[in-house]
Design a protein around this ligand. Sequence first.
Ligand code: SAM
Length: 279
Amino acid sequence: MKGCTPSGWLIALVGLAVPIAITTAAEDDRAAERALMVQEQLANRRGPSRSSSAPPPSLSGDGAGGGAPMVSSRSVSEHLGIQNPKVLDAMRTVPRHWFVPEGMQRDAYADRPLPIGYGQTISQPYIVAMMTELLDPKPGSKILEVGTGSGYQAAVLTKFTPNVHTIEIVQPLQKQALPRLQRFGLAPDQVLHGDGYFGLEKEAPFDGIIVTAAADHIPPPLLQQLRPGGRMIIPVGPVHATQRLVVVEKDPAGKVRSRTVHPVRFVPLTGGPRGPEKK
Ligand code: SAM
């Protein structure tokens, strides 16, 4: 029973204290990286001026295109920095490195998408912040995310409302995301495996719907599951090419209006009426 003597306990405690101290220091470093990311890449984002003679609209890269994100359309140049302080706070708070694979930890706070396996990506921080700002979730809003991926976007949304549901078509990704999102208060029935083209009928209607994969049309079930007064953010356009980030609003009378805000590039929304093999 040597280990039970008081000095044995002390050794055991000292042995424990070191890794905890290291972990805390590492998390502090990561928090500092996040603060820098928010300050330099999100809040004070710079792009070509409107008088620039640069070639026409480049992409806000997400996953499909890779490479450095660029923005150059007129509407983008007017909204380069993220304005909403709550969005900036959320981006400062959620540890993106918890959602990034082991081998990519060094790039966790770079403003670019990263591969997460199964041909999918975790979106670039600027895109996550911009889509969140456009969605503008309020405390208590009921939100559906289509395309859980790593879970990062959903975790950011939990900083606004606990009422977040997210659905992912690739089951291993959904399984990996669940324990991460449980740390942010989501329950297993809020992190689901399934084809988000069809939304989540049993939880509808939603105040907000955010789709993080590109569709060639706005899925009618999602439109139908949007509450009057609600808003959907969705990339629409061809696969593996430039798409349009579209804001869809349903007014209290149920009338739908949409506007394009950004050129983007996302991985495709699979599934839908033609099944999972559709690419
Ligand atoms: N939001 C994610 C994050 O924060 O990491 C990034 C999403 S990634 C760019 C797009 C995700 O959408 C992929 O994980 C992909 O498997 C998923 N997806 C594609 N089609 C889908 C569908 N019909 N239903 C649900 N998820 C889908």
